[in-house]
Each structure stands twice: as structure tokens, then as C-alpha cells.
Design a protein around this ligand. Structure first.
Ligand SMILES: CC(C)(COP(=O)(O)OP(=O)(O)OC[C@H]1O[C@@H](n2cnc3c(N)ncnc32)[C@H](O)[C@@H]1OP(=O)(O)O)[C@@H](O)C(=O)NCCC(=O)NCCS
Length: 330
């Protein structure tokens, strides 16, 4: 498939807060232990944003790095898209706060909510804007302060999530990672498998909702696990077919970093050695929308991806939502 006309990622940047929450720290907070967490999830530690370190601030820091790496001036950005399930406010969007923080004065700005699949949904929007000719430069940011919505009294969820941000500049020209194919999906029948019951218009904040801890993430882990494997494997296959590639053409699989066992189970569907599945989960846990973008950024820093190499991104998240994308180095 020719990559010539496709939108491409021309620069990335990430931001991880410095504070580390280790499994040993969690042992002091809930009834858990390092052996359980690591063997069931692959997570050793995760990062926590400071109290006044917001989703917008982390996103802005990642965005400035991405702009620098892309060699694009902030004034050249046409739209700021922010993928997040942990926005600063319900309204206005985190995108406008980031627009203000970085001075993207010529840009439109909006948030998109597809939970952990947010970065891939965002890539699809950036691709459409650019390939339609509507915009030249899109700044896509994924930023999550999961710790603001995690119940640190619930061992089923608090061991999994971490904070962090990553950003990508997507443009029409220059070398980078061509966005060759994207496949997206959703199934609202399972909306409550992972959700935050209160704080929205359906159950506005009240003394009762706070007392019942309804402002925190609630999750059916076992059910999600099964759907995650099935949907990520399906989306990957569909996207490879769309790109006209087979699994042996892929240099790296970059899955959403939710659970190492989910990633390995997805990889089993492909003739892909485990070493070609890129993982950051041990260090950062599940950073929701940011996870794939942080991993993609780190992959490019650690390995010199050569022209013509193909990467496969695949994600899954609350909603349910899922998506995959084939990228080619050009
Ligand atoms: C959550 C998850 C790690 C649990 O792993 P699992 O192997 O399915 O574990 P189970 O749910 O079978 O629980 C096994 C036992 O461990 C217990 N347990 C749960 N969390 C624990 C913890 N942090 N420490 C110790 N024990 C724990 C459970 O209570 C259960 O005990 P029980 O058998 O007495 O009821 C796993 O299901 C998962 O990763 N699911 C997907 C979650 C996800 O990705 N969410 C985000 C989507 S983007």
C-alpha cells in the first residue's frame, strides 16, 4: 500500500510524572501483594501526578515536546484534539485549557472520549482532517490523571492504573509514521463493565454519591479481560487486511498496556514472537488513552525504526471501544 498520500505522525513527546507508586506502596494501602500484582498484571509500578498536576498540564508538557520533535511551530496547529477519560472539567474541554497553556492561538480545540482507545480514535480523526484537505497540522494529545478517579480502597482497580500523557503532531508532509489504515469499533451494550457512575448528569454529585464512592472507577475485570483479547485480536486482523499486509510484515505490535496477560494472549493470534510486543506496563501500569502513545514514543526512542517497517497499534477500552492502526515508517 502506498504511504504517499496518507497523513503521518511527524513528531511525538510524552510526559510521565516523577512520583512512583510501587506494588510495595500498594501493599500498605490495600490487601494485596507484589507477587499477585506482578503475576496477574505484569505491573511493578505506576506514576502518580501531583495534586495540582492536572490532565491539561501533563498534556501540555507532552504537546510541547511533540511540537519540538516535529519542528512545527505552535501557531501552525489547526486543531488540538485531546483524548482523555479524566478531563480537568466536565466542561469546558481539556483541549481548550491545553490550547491556552501552549499558546496554540490559531487552533480549534476539542476533547474526544473513547477511554483507552482514545489515541487510535484520535488518529482516525486527524487522518480524516488531513487527508480531506481541511487541516494541515493536527496536535493529538492523550492525557490521563487516572489517580483522580481510582478508588485507593478497591484492590480490584487501584493496582492497575497510572497517570501520564503523550502527544503526536500529525501532518500532510515530511517523513514520519504514515497512518496507512485504521479500524474502529464499539459496543455500548457493555457500557457499565468499566464506568464512573456519578459526577455526570445521570447521577450528579451529592452527599450520597460521595459516601457511596460512586465517583470512582467501577470495573468487572474478568469480563473485560475476555472482551479485550477477542476485540483486540479481531481489530488487528481486520486492520492488517485493510492495509494489505499479513502478520509477518509487522515489525512491532504495540498493544494497549492494560495487562501483560491480555497482550500475550492477543500476540498468540499472530505469528509474532513475544519480543516483538512492545511493553511499558511494568513501569507505568494502565494509563488509559495515553498508554499506546507513550509506548509508541518510547519504542521510537529505543529502536531506530527503518523506512518501510510496519507497526501495528491495537487498543481496547471502556465503552466498550476498540481500534487498531497500521503505521509505516516513511
Ligand atoms: C483485574 C484482573 C487483573 C484480575 O485478574 P484475574 O486473574 O481475572 O483475577 P480474578 O478476578 O479471578 O480474581 C482472583 C482473586 O484475586 C483477588 N484480587 C483481586 N485484586 C487483587 C489484588 N490487587 N491483590 C490480591 N488479590 C486480588 C480477587 O478478589 C479474587 O479473589 P476471590 O477468588 O477470593 O474472589 C484481570 O481480570 C484484568 O486485568 N482484567 C482486565 C482489566 C482491564 O484491562 N481494565 C481496563 C480495560 S482498558
Amino acid at each position: 500500500m502506498s504511504s504517499k498520500k496518507h497523513a503521518r505522525i511527524i513528531g511525538m513527546g510524552s510526559y510521565l510524572p516523577s512520583k512512583i507508586l510501587s506494588n510495595a506502596d500498594l501493599e500498605k494501602m490495600v490487601d494485596t501483594n507484589d507477587e499477585w500484582i506482578f503475576s496477574r498484571t505484569g505491573i511493578k509500578e505506576r506514576r502518580l501526578a501531583g495534586e495540582t498536576e492536572y490532565t491539561s498540564e501533563m498534556g501540555a508538557k507532552a504537546a510541547l515536546k511533540a511540537l519540538e520533535n516535529a519542528g512545527v511551530a505552535v501557531e501552525e496547529i489547526d486543531i488540538v484534539l485531546v483524548a482523555s477519560m479524566t478531563p480537568d472539567y466536565i466542561s469546558p474541554s481539556t483541549a481548550v485549557i491545553i490550547q491556552r497553556l501552549i499558546g496554540a492561538k490559531n487552533a480549534a480545540a476539542m476533547d474526544l472520549q473513547a477511554a483507552c482507545t482514545g489515541f487510535i480514535y484520535g488518529l482516525s480523526m486527524a487522518k480524516a482532517y488531513i487527508e480531506s484537505g481541511m487541516y494541515k497540522n493536527v496536535l493529538l494529545i492523550a492525557s490521563e490523571k487516572m489517580s483522580a478517579f481510582v478508588d485507593y480502597e478497591d484492590r480490584n482497580t487501584c493496582v492497575l492504573f497510572g497517570d501520564g500523557a503523550s502527544a503526536a503532531v500529525i501532518s500532510k508532509e515530511h517523513s514520519g509514521l504514515s497512518i496507512d489504515a485504521i479500524c474502529l469499533g464499539a459496543d455500548g451494550e457493555m457500557a457499565e463493565l468499566l464506568y464512573i457512575p456519578a459526577g455526570g448528569s445521570r447521577q450528579p454529585s451529592s452527599t450520597a454519591s460521595l459516601e457511596n464512592r460512586q465517583h470512582y472507577i467501577k470495573m468487572e475485570g474478568k469480563e473485560l479481560f475476555k472482551h479485550a483479547v477477542r476485540q483486540m485480536a479481531g481489530a488487528s486482523k481486520e486492520c492488517l487486511a485493510k492495509a494489505g499486509l499479513s502478520d509477518t510484515d509487522i515489525s512491532w505490535l504495540i498493544p494497549h498496556q492494560a495487562n501483560v496477560r491480555i497482550m500475550d494472549a492477543v500476540a498468540k493470534n499472530f505469528s509474532m514472537p513475544k519480543e516483538k510486543v512492545f511493553k511499558t506496563i511494568d513501569k507505568y501500569g494502565n494509563t488509559s488513552a495515553s498508554s499506546i502513545a507513550i509506548a509508541l514514543d518510547e519504542l521510537q526512542q529505543q529502536y531506530d525504526i527503518q523506512k518501510g517497517e510496519h507497526l501495528l497499534l491495537v487498543a481496547f477500552g471502556a465503552g466498550l471501544t476498540w481500534g487498531a492502526s497500521v503505521l509505516t515508517k516513511i
